[in-house]
Write a protein that binds this ligand. Structure first.
Ligand SMILES: Nc1ncnc2c1ncn2[C@@H]1O[C@H](COP(=O)(O)OP(=O)(O)O)[C@@H](O)[C@H]1O
Ligand SMILES: [Mg+2]
Length: 268
């Protein structure tokens, strides 16, 4: 097997007296989707915050391409090609698609004090990039991001990360609040990112979504990797049981309720 792009080796994380992650070892490879499964509170977000430079491990190490690295800040992780897309795409509803795509790296025209944002160029590049990604409903870079559906926003954020050279794409519950059609759209975009050779870390507690894109699965229970397996090695029922094994009945009920509420809201 190839050298993983990104690996955690024996990572622990505590916040003061609270131990959140225990001895996590995981590998993420180019052209593969690693699905991180686990109930609410299992430590999924903490884990990806370590991968994206928001938190530092209390002990253990992070490797990229086989060499030890540290991500003292989100910027440091981003500079090494790790892109994190948060739920709802982390975008700005009142920005145009072109502006949002280039936020922080706007193309300009003119010179010196006459330098201005090149709207036409930004729009043309952004629209082409998202359409190449299969998001064919976007054809006008002046449209406001707020007018896009949840799935389209996620897809825009993913296309943006890939366009600007991300090697590892971390998606924290990208399909959690979406209806079936929108979720399918996002899953298709995830497959496209994988086809382009990115390593994807896909966090979800929806087993069906994980099975639709995952090559490799890790189930987190109370901060530890309870199972680590590859596509085809476990059935849907086995994965569901594994995940439920870590949950108390009360938190399971709360999850079902919030799941139903979010699906109700996202119905389109
Ligand atoms: N900054 C923090 N300080 C103390 N406890 C935290 C902090 N961040 C997360 N936790 C705790 O760590 C556990 C895992 O949280 P989290 O990583 O958000 O889980 P998940 O994303 O799987 O739902 C929870 O019990 C949460 O309360
Ligand atoms: Mg979380």
């Amino acid at each position: 097997m190839s050298v993983p792009i990104l690996a955690l080796r024996g990572v622990n994380k505590s916040f003061g007296p609270i131990d959140v992650l225990h001895d996590i070892t995981l590998e993420v490879r180019a052209g593969e989707v690693l699905c991180l499964l686990g109930d609410n509170g299992a430590g999924k977000s903490t884990l990806i915050r370590i991968l994206s430079g928001v938190h530092q491990p209390s002990s253990g190490s992070i490797e990229m391409d086989g060499a030890a690295v540290s991500f003292p800040s989100p910027r440091a992780a981003a500079d090494k090609g790790i892109a994190t897309v948060h739920q709802f795409g982390g975008t700005f509803p009142l920005m145009s698609i072109g502006r949002c795509f280039f936020v922080g790296v706007e193309p300009t025209k003119g010179w010196g004090p006459f330098r201005v944002y090149d709207r036409r160029k930004a729009n043309a590049i952004a629209v082409k990039a998202v359409r190449d990604f299969g998001i064919t409903r976007i054809d006008d870079g002046d449209r406001l991001v707020g007018g896009l559906s949840g799935g389209e926003r996620q897809s825009l954020a993913i296309a943006r990360a890939v366009h600007f050279g991300a090697r590892v794409l971390i998606l924290d519950e990208p399909t959690a609040a979406l209806g079936v059609k929108q979720a399918t759209h996002v899953l298709r975009i995830v497959n496209e990112a994988k086809r382009r050779g990115l390593a994807v870390v896909f966090i979800t507690h929806q087993v069906m979504h994980a099975m639709a894109v995952g090559d490799h699965f890790a189930v987190l229970i109370r901060g530890a990797v309870a199972a680590d397996f590859r596509k085809g090695e476990k059935s849907r029922e086995e994965i569901t049981d594994l995940m439920a094994g870590g949950a108390s009945m009360a938190s399971l009920e709360a999850e079902i309720e919030s799941h139903m509420a979010s699906h109700g809201e996202a119905a389109e």
